[in-house]
Design a protein around this ligand. Sequence first.
Ligand SMILES: [Fe+2]
Ligand SMILES: [Fe+2]
Length: 217
Amino acid sequence: MSSSSSGLSSPRSFQPDSGQYLEKFFLDQLQDIYYAEQKIAQSLPKMQEAATTDELRDAFEDHLYQTQRHCRRLEKVFNMLGQRAEGKKCEAIEGIVREAESIINETEEDTMTRDAALIMAAQKVEHYEIATYGGLVQMAITMGQYEVAELLDRTLMEEEDTDLLLTEIAECEINVMAEFEGINEEQGEMGEEGEEEEEGEEGAGIESENAEENETR
Ligand SMILES: [Fe+2]
Ligand SMILES: [Fe+2]
């Protein structure tokens, strides 16, 4: 990004009203993502409150501040292009956010399963943002709007970092602990009577297997 902006001091004029299709579409997508960022900023506190682990709560809190910065950055982009900052209703993010919030009702409170589900929902949001910013950056370069491209690319990189962080949080601990949640409860309900017996049998099984192996050598 930095190399493409070097040596080009005066940005090209941007006149989507003049009938240029690409400029018109670019402005449309800027308004779309501006709406999306605001919608995400509204939703993140709910997801933060619903999360089980402090780690995920902190990640959602950090991303809320980041999302607010993304809104300010987009306002700067609108300004640079001589356009009024306004959002245009984005049906896609409406649906993705609705799905994320429905997870709160569909999962048990204080479970790792809820966190695993919230992470997946949050990653769907991130991927929507990554797709949109990725496209916008390339279009801005095509139109010679290098400073705009650079600003949008900064946001794109932050979205990608968030996506990676969420993957790490899920893979390190949460998914593994979520895997055993329902199973443990079911086993507990089955009673503790057979537990010792089973362990004994298992141990004996291993011993006899080893004995067989030794015999064949
Ligand atoms: Fe964002
Ligand atoms: Fe994001």
